[in-house]
Design a protein around this ligand. Sequence first.
Ligand code: NI
Ligand code: MN
Length: 223
Amino acid sequence: MSAKLTFLGHSGFLIDDGATTLAIDPFLTGNPKATMSAEEVRCQFIALTHGHADHMGDALAIARRNDANVIAAFEICNYFEEKGHGNVNPGNPGGRIDTEFGWVALTQAFHSSSFEGRYMGMPCGVVAHIGDKTIYHLGDTTIFRDLELIGEIYRPDLVLVPIGDRFTMGPELATRAAEMIGAPRAVPIHYDTWAPIEQDPAQFAPQGVEVEVMQPGDTLQLD
Ligand code: NI
Ligand code: MN
């Protein structure tokens, strides 16, 4: 089995195992680097790390259009239900959610989470097991020692690590974070979307980790 990732820009991905597509943090409308529109996204599942607009901005429209199952913090799922989208799969950090394609676990992230002035629960990382591959999307977070423990528990094949600085780790902390997690491959995310988070991805250089720098629209195959 395999998983194919398509980078949507910023922190967004589509992950396809050949039968099912999982979108993580789809943010396309208002994303100056996006190469795809929200209308073009086809998926059965959407996982969200937290409630900020640069992560869940398009999620409701995409969920409605695709009748997608939304996997996210309890409070985010409540919001979707109130907006008339009942196909939700609520969780919280520490929980593992079995799905048709495998499972999703929500992990801790040090950040905030709100949308339209409303509290959206704990910010999370998302570990997705799909196509028999384990992919750890860190969400928006700073570094914390338990990243090492999360790496030990889930043994991800690939990590998606924010490097934009200011709101998340910058390249220096992200490099240390990726080394602590210990996955063989890493993709830097959450940078260059706007001027305040411009970074040189070459500064993200964890030892012993193969770094894949993806441009919006690029795909990465995990076999
Ligand atoms: Ni955020
Ligand atoms: Mn963000």
